[in-house]
Design a protein around this ligand. Sequence first.
Ligand code: SF4
Ligand code: SF4
Length: 162
Amino acid sequence: MTGRSVPGRGLFKGLVVTLTTMFKTIFLPRRHLATVNYPKVKETPVPRARGVIALDQEACTVCMLCARSCPDWCIYIEGHKEEIPPDKPGGRIKVRAKLDRFDIDYALCMYCGICVEVCPFDALFWSPEYEYSEPKMGAMMHDMDRLQDWLKTVPEQPGLEK
Ligand code: SF4
Ligand code: SF4
């Protein structure tokens, strides 16, 4: 047999939570609060926070592994091959892949980090930067120059343990 519920009990409990939080917000010092008054106050994210993905264009070999592994299909890559002349006469001509396009659509990205994990050439990095919201969904597409710009916000990698 289930106990009879008191009418209005849920409403009363909700009001207690609301009033307690309201008084805490007014009277407690800011450091005791669980939230901050964003955007007036900004939190410093932890160094390994998944904010935005940065691209090192020079390191990318256009192997497409990240785009093929992305579960949301939100990485768009195009490239071409170019020949590099030999270092010395009679040497072999080298062929290098160059990026023409590398876009990430953050309106689709679910921040799983698979692309960063699978890149065999260390061309993708997480930056803790999180302030890139846009009023229009279309503007959430970051092209390769914008992704390269995020590189300066990537924190230094911690040194290896001895
Ligand atoms: S974090 Fe995940 S969803 Fe976002 S681009 Fe990388 S693989 Fe795709
Ligand atoms: S996996 Fe790395 S090297 Fe390959 S296309 Fe993606 S970013 Fe470039």
